[in-house]
Write a protein that binds this ligand. Structure first.
Ligand code: AVJ
Length: 315
């Protein structure tokens, strides 16, 4: 297993993100910190919610298009950013079995990767599995080159970045791609605002717990004293930016101490801290952003309902 990210790097990044985010106006926290063990478990629960359609829609497209993706790319190496262990990865590996030699799961969590890699290796004896602990927003140039790579960035996580950052990321990916490499991007699509908001504010409150979990992470990792129950979950559709925003709204005037940063943060009653954006796409926007990054849109597939998309792009 390659490790370009150490636990110490992660600890430093959390300190920086929390200090910069909570001393900014308006306050923000990056979504990457949702995914401790509890956050990852809550996200798995979210993917099974009736209101949260993206996971099952992406699975539908993959099941329908994996053979075509295999035929068109002839990929020898599947490099998955933010590696799943779930069905999506297995659908791809099964479809690519005819040409695939190597699977490179890339994730920030070494523990998670070890488990996922072992499971995949057990199910695919002929496949070389080469897990890489890295932050795909920082270590793109250190990822294994391989031959005829299919780089998969699924789930719609691309939408966690605002447009300028997305184009920078895609440009960084492009810079590492050989002419016979390809990129497979999962992206949620613009739709009725009510459906979008419900997908991020489910009736059972699982997403609310997922959102508030970042405060538990900060309490634990940075010795803070957030009264988590005093922050309400907010999910709004930002029509102008075409993205869902998740926020945490302070229920009252309150002061939070963050021991690990020797910092005190004031929250006014009603003050909202943005914890995630989840951008929604149209084909035109996807094509334009890929173009700005030096990539060409080769295929744009959607599920039957037109809720979600898979894009195949080439340098
Ligand atoms: C894993 C980032 C794709 O943005 O839909 C799910 C995370 N946030 N519910 C998304 C998420 C709230 C999800 N991604």
């Amino acid at each position: 297993m390659d490790r370009f990210l150490t636990p110490d790097d992660l600890a430093k990044a959390l300190r920086l993100d929390v200090h910069d985010g909570l001393t900014a106006t308006p306050k923000t926290l990056p979504p990457k910190w949702f995914y401790d063990e509890r956050g990852s478990e809550l996200f798995e629960q979210i993917t099974a919610l009736e209101e949260y359609y993206p996971t099952r829609r992406e699975r539908e497209i993959l099941a329908a298009r994996a053979p075509e993706i295999a035929a068109v790319t002839g990929a020898r190496t599947l490099l998955e950013l933010g590696a799943g262990s779930g069905e999506k990865t297995r659908l791809l590996l099964d479809a690519l079995a005819g040409t695939l030699r190597t699977y490179v799961p890339v994730d920030v969590s070494g523990d998670f990767l070890e488990g996922a890699a072992a499971g995949i290796a057990a199910d695919h004896p002929g496949l070389t599995v080469h897990p890489v602990v890295a932050d795909y927003e920082r270590h793109l140039h250190q990822l294994p080159a391989g031959e005829r790579r299919l780089i998969a960035f699924l789930g719609g996580t691309l939408g966690n970045m605002p447009p300028a950052e997305r184009i920078g990321f895609l440009g960084g990916l492009r810079a590492t791609m050989a002419p016979d490499d390809a990129l497979l991007l999962g992206a949620d699509l613009v739709k009725d605002a009510g459906r979008l908001v419900r997908a991020y504010d489910d009736a059972a409150g699982v997403t609310a717990e997922f959102n508030r979990n970042v405060l538990h992470v900060i309490n634990r990792e940075l010795d803070a004293d957030f009264d988590v129950a005093a922050f309400a979950h907010v999910a709004v559709w930002n029509e102008a930016e075409e993205w869902i925003e998740m926020r945490l709204r302070s229920a009252r005037d309150q002061r939070v101490r963050i021991g690990g940063l020797d910092l005190e943060v004031e929250f006014a009653a009603g003050e909202e801290t943005r914890t995630e954006i989840s951008a929604k796409f149209r084909r035109e926007r996807m094509e334009a952003e890929l173009g700005a990054a030096g990539l060409a849109l080769a295929e744009f597939w959607t599920d039957e309902a037109g809720d979600f998309s898979l894009t195949l792009a080439r340098p």
